[in-house]
Write a protein that binds this ligand. Sequence first.
Ligand code: TYD
Length: 139
Amino acid sequence: MNSVNTAQPHTVPVKTLTDERGHLGIVEAMADAGFLFRRLYFLYGTTGEARGHHAHKALRQYMLAIHGAFTVTLKGRGQTFTFRLESPTQALIIPPGYWRELEDFTVDAVCLVAASAEYDEADYIRDYNEFLQWEQTHA
Ligand code: TYD
């Protein structure tokens, strides 16, 4: 098995039980994401506009396309990662300290995010140059 640097963004499989009634997806916070969830939020009805354009200083996120598909680009530590989330059987783990952009949503896309903390505007960096400066001292 390939080892995954868990400090980097990476995808993980979502445990899925399938029988004649359909699919049952299961997420256990510690076992599957590696952190506890304190907030859920979801995006839907996206209009074609990109979202994101910010980084989080401490927040951890577990993200999946419950329905439809979208692309997540993550920048940090001199690297750029691009993930196309297009199945509820695969989730993306986003560690703290990555600038993110979400785009190319299909019209039916539903993005579910489980986050490690409640909403806190002070945890956001919304200016890319400020993010690059913050990285110099924190990442
Ligand atoms: P934001 O995180 O900036 O999302 P996006 O980059 O996709 O637009 O959130 C958009 C707005 O919603 C912003 O004003 C903050 C607010 N918000 C909350 O009040 N609570 C939350 O849990 C989230 C995710 C956003």
